[in-house]
Design a protein. Structure first.
Length: 291
């Protein structure tokens, strides 16, 4: 295990805060559904944020709506979303849902907004892989993941909320796994989900087996959750494709990984974050970040 670093943990008396950017597209609406469902479990404050641009106006407004009316039109759309979320989720545990209209550069504004709200989680839709953009993930989403200091949950366009049966956590045997798995246990506990803690390599080496055994021995007494499986897998393909294969064959519902400067995730994705992340983007993808 490497040197210890801290993972963001919310203070005991702080309300869990979720930020969900929306541009009113199908994928962002799916993200709002996920954000609301998670907000119910965390008894969270949910903030919807819209960062306007010309494409949004062209998409949402008709030829009869003038430029002066477009802000009001979009504000009305935001308030309709808030009303829908409140009607559906306030009685189920969500503490609040509000929306804000904030101008600026999209990625910078999302990150600044999350910081201003002392957010615990950003839930964000992504187009992911589709017939027109193969091996592509929205560059805004990838930039948010790369630059965010808080956890980011990516929701693909064609994925609708369902209670996850299994979380798959990709580990590279970091000391931070102890805290990261605690976060996953909290989330999995809401749904009584299984957790697979899996290390994927191109071939299993003696050192991998030794590190795996050490990880299991250290985590078992530290993590109080019965539905955890510890898995060491080897594939001929590169680790990214191997992890995708495991996610499919194990019937995992959510992929989770830890992002640190020295982590396996960053080594795997740093060179071409957008292309590599498309391997997994047909499933919700939770990226845990360091302090």
């Amino acid at each position: 295990m490497i040197e210890k670093k801290a993972i963001n943990l919310k203070p005991m008396n702080k309300t869990f805060t979720i930020i969900c950017p929306t541009d009113f597209s199908e994928c962002s609406l799916n993200a709002i559904e996920y954000a609301a469902k998670l907000g119910e479990k965390y008894n969270a404050d949910l903030f919807l944020v819209h960062v306007p641009n010309k494409e949004d106006y062209q998409k949402l407004s008709s030829g009869t709506i003038g430029i002066d009316d477009q802000y009001g039109f979009i504000n009305k759309k935001l308030q309709n979303l808030v009303q829908t979320v409140n009607e559906e989720s306030l009685t189920k545990g969500l503490k609040s849902c509000t929306a804000e209209f904030v101008e600026g550069k999209t990625v910078d504004t999302i990150l600044e907004f999350a910081e201003s709200k002392n957010a615990d989680l950003i839930v964000m839709g992504t187009e992911g892989v589709n017939d027109f953009k193969k091996n592509f993930i929205g560059t805004r989403a990838s930039k948010v993941v790369d630059r965010s200091s808080v956890d980011v949950f990516l929701i693909p366009r064609k994925v609708y909320f369902k209670a996850p049966r299994k979380f798959v956590y990709a580990t590279d045997y970091l000391e931070e796994d102890k805290i990261a798995v605690q976060k996953i246990v909290e989330l999995a506990g809401f749904f009584e989900s299984e957790i697979d803690i899996v290390h994927v390599g191109t071939k299993i080496k003696v050192i991998d087996k030794s590190l795996h055994l050490t990880m299991v021995q250290e985590l078992k007494p530290f993590i109080r959750y019965e539905k955890i499986n510890y898995v060491l897998k080897s594939y001929r393909d590169e680790p990214g494709l191997g992890l995708e294969n495991y996610l499919i064959t194990s019937k995992g519902d959510v992929l989770v990984t830890l992002s640190t400067k020295k982590s396996w995730f960053d080594q795997l994705f740093a060179q071409n974050l957008s292309r590599k992340m498309s391997y997994f983007i047909n499933k919700p993808f939770l990226v845990l970040k360091t302090a």
